[in-house]
Ligand binder design. Sequence first.
Ligand code: MSP
Length: 520
Amino acid sequence: MEKYYLTTAIDYVNGAPHIGHAYEKILTDIIARHYTQRCDDVYFLTGTDEHGIKIQKTAAEKGITPKELCDENAQKFKNAWKALDIDYTKFIRTTDEDHKKIVQKIFDKLLKQGDIYKHSYEGLYCTGCECFLNPKDLTEDGLCPDHLKKPEVVKEENYFFKLTKYKDAIIKHIKEHPDFIVPEFRANEVINQLEDIQDISVSRAKTNVKWGIDVLSDDEQSIYVWIDALSNYITALGYDTENPSENFKKYWPADVHVIGKDILKFHSIYWPAFLLALDLPLPKHIFAHGWITIDESKMSKSLGNVISPTSVLESFNLEHPDAFRYYMATSAPCGRDGNYSDDDFKEKVNAHLANSMGNLLNRTLSMLVKYFDGEVKEEFKSENPLAKKALGTVQIVKNHFDNFEIAEAGLEITSLVDAANKYVQDTAPWSLAKEGKMTECGQVLVNVLDIMCIIASLIYPYCPNIASDMAKQLSFDLNTKLDDLKTDNIKCGKLISKEDIKPVFLRLDSEFADKSAKKS
Ligand code: MSP
């Protein structure tokens, strides 16, 4: 594997980030970190989607300019991702000058080659979706099914993209590449949507939507959000209609676009059609994750249950975001909806990170200090009964990641931790020491510590801070590639002193029990 290019959806900046946005960025960061353990060149793109009627309206309500609103909120997204240790390569904003310039050129090229044409149109526009809706997709009461709001009747002369021209090619691509849309069960939905697809509006009259990128050849129209937004995946790399950059040639096509299930249509129908029109290869995978609910309810301003990711870190006094990252990433199987609740969060991270994983390392190192003054002797190296399971877990985790099964991979790691805990329970090194069987006792401890190195490596994408604390106490190099992992990791000699043993994760104990994430 030479390179790995992955992207998130770019978030609308009409508000601050919530834990739904955070879920996607955490999943993508975990995938990115996993692939850094398999290849040297990972490019991770995220950013903000800053044009459109939604932003124009919110700015007007607040009495500020759209640009001021974008600047203020884009910074909130950046701050949140910093707090969550989202280690992106580039943060693109669709108001960036170089992005806008290339979007204009893309539009112009498609117009000149006849893929875009002007057409008078009357349709139902949903501002929440930032798109025209098909009347047959509305609820019985005539509302948008996602936003439960009545769409506006819009009559305008717009530019249209010939989506219908690419319909057959896209259906063929989806059928020939069963792993193009992940999870696979969503591919049928897309094929059904493709059946009655129509050409789509790609511009709006400036009289209605001022906050957009100008159409070069028509000063009455601005480019409509989706062609602007989707193009970020190539403009960020330095794509140009005439002379694409070396960077673009190196990273495109994307290995995966990570997005929510609500915007799958735009990514698996519109985006491939734009790319085919530009004569560019299609991304390898579109991974549509599910939605996060709060205490089993949809997150919404009207319900007052919107939670900001940083409020979770603050309320629980977390010194780093690992517990929250782990909880979110394992909250739902691939593509399914997940849920956040304060109680479940506490319970799960206490059980998995503190009691099972952290405690195992702490106990084992403490015994090594107590019985052997932290010294690993040559004779402690022995055949490790956990070796096969550990190396098998590495393979299973890799396979899960190749299928974007992030929660499933997390459970495999937990199961390896459980196996190591059971081994300690079964072999009872404290009893071996009491019986004077010191070599056997040392062997058990070193077997566990050898496996803890593999666990540190596997948990790293989810919990980079905890993994780094584990690796430090094990004198293990966390930069070891997954394919180079072995089961003999602990070096002979002094490993650790009592004062250097520190718990890698403290329980969110009763002191915090009355604290809960602030709803904004
Ligand atoms: N701007 C568009 C995406 C353009 S991508 C070229 C957009 N923005 S958004 O802010 O509404 O959503 C950004 C991402 O967050 C989407 O992938 C969306 O699915 C995801 N989520 C928004 N709310 C969510 C939850 N409650 N749960 C999980 N993800 C959610 O759509």
